[in-house]
Design a protein around this ligand. Structure first.
Ligand SMILES: [Zn+2]
Length: 305
């Protein structure tokens, strides 16, 4: 099917600029797939690195590889491509068609899935790392939701009301909000965590405290660690951990190393995660979604798991 190249529509889809740039690279035949590298006389094997059944070109990599298929299904987007594959000869036409027929939001989700697939392919090529198809599909959903909500907040200029806008996790995931607080009356450092599902329904919460006051970032890191321990012991599988400490979130994401107490807590968090089967993401929330009132809570206030 011939589709006009309407770049005006493509640039307006609801997706991060980086993702739109990937779309542009795909449509301009710039992506270094194995087929393209070989056409440019770069020596490499031709086959798809995931299924080895055929040549790795964009059509196969993004749309028809068995691994890719599962990702589209997990992201709830397979209807966008399944019924259309037979109508198109190349991915460029399909991209322009989807961007012109679907809403900007749906086209944005589609584009983010392409981006996640390309990143996964590169992680596999360069680092021999590969994520499960179900994780990739959910990751695309999560990344788009987070980006979209951030945009909405910016455009509605509602940054001051940010704290009220707790966003639920994607279907199949739980979200665990974590916070630490100091109780000056009792002289304790209190930590708390609260797990909710994609409906926003409460699953469980927990608290812990120690006598004395820790440094703020240590208390926040400890809260995250205790929340992760509890998630692992509860056999949770897909969890987004959201801390209101950007320092903690960034330290975990950047695999921060060092000899400080804080770094040791971060290291133990990373060890816990790597030795468990839990699938996770980390997020940052500007104010506690569980309330800044942990120091008011007693064990009796918290429901058992
Ligand atoms: Zn394949």
């Amino acid at each position: 099917m011939g589709v006009p190249e309407n770049w005006g529509i493509v640039w307006k889809i609801k997706a991060p600029p980086r993702v739109k740039h990937l779309i542009w690279r795909i449509c301009r035949d710039c992506l270094p797939t194995r087929e393209r590298l070989r056409n440019r006389f770069v020596e490499c094997p031709p086959d798809c690195q995931f299924c080895a059944s055929t040549t790795e070109d964009e059509w196969h990599l993004f749309l028809t590889c068995t691994v890719t298929n599962q990702c589209w299904r997990a992201a709830g987007l397979s209807h966008l491509i399944d019924s259309r594959l037979h109508s198109f000869q190349d991915i460029k036409s399909l991209i322009f068609y989807i961007c012109s027929k679907e809403s900007k939001e749906v086209s944005g989700r589609f584009a983010v899935m392409l981006d996640v697939l390309w990143k996964n392919r590169n992680d596999y090529v360069w680092h021999n790392e590969q994520e499960e198809a179900s994780t990739l599909g959910l990751k695309a959903t999560y990344l788009w939701n987070e980006w979209f909500q951030a945009q909405e907040r910016l455009t509605s200029n509602a940054r001051l009301n940010h704290a009220l806008e707790w966003s639920p996790p994607p279907v199949g995931w739980l979200k665990c909000n974590v916070d630490a607080a100091f109780n000056n009356n009792n002289g304790t450092t209190n930590r708390g965590w609260c797990v909710r599902n994609h409906f926003g329904n409460f699953i469980y919460a927990g608290i812990a405290w120690d006598p004395g006051t820790l440094r703020v970032i240590e208390a926040e890191a400890l809260a995250l660690k205790e929340a992760i321990l509890r998630a692992i012991s509860s056999n949770l599988e897909f969890v987004i951990f959201e801390s209101d400490s950007q320092t903690v979130t960034q330290a975990v994401l950047s695999n921060k190393k060092g000899d400080s107490e804080f770094c040791l807590i971060i290291e133990s968090i990373l060890f816990l995660l790597s030795s468990s089967r839990i699938h996770y993401f980390f997020g940052f929330f500007t104010m506690s979604a569980i309330g800044n009132n942990f120091n008011q809570l007693s064990e009796d206030d918290i429901l058992p798991a």
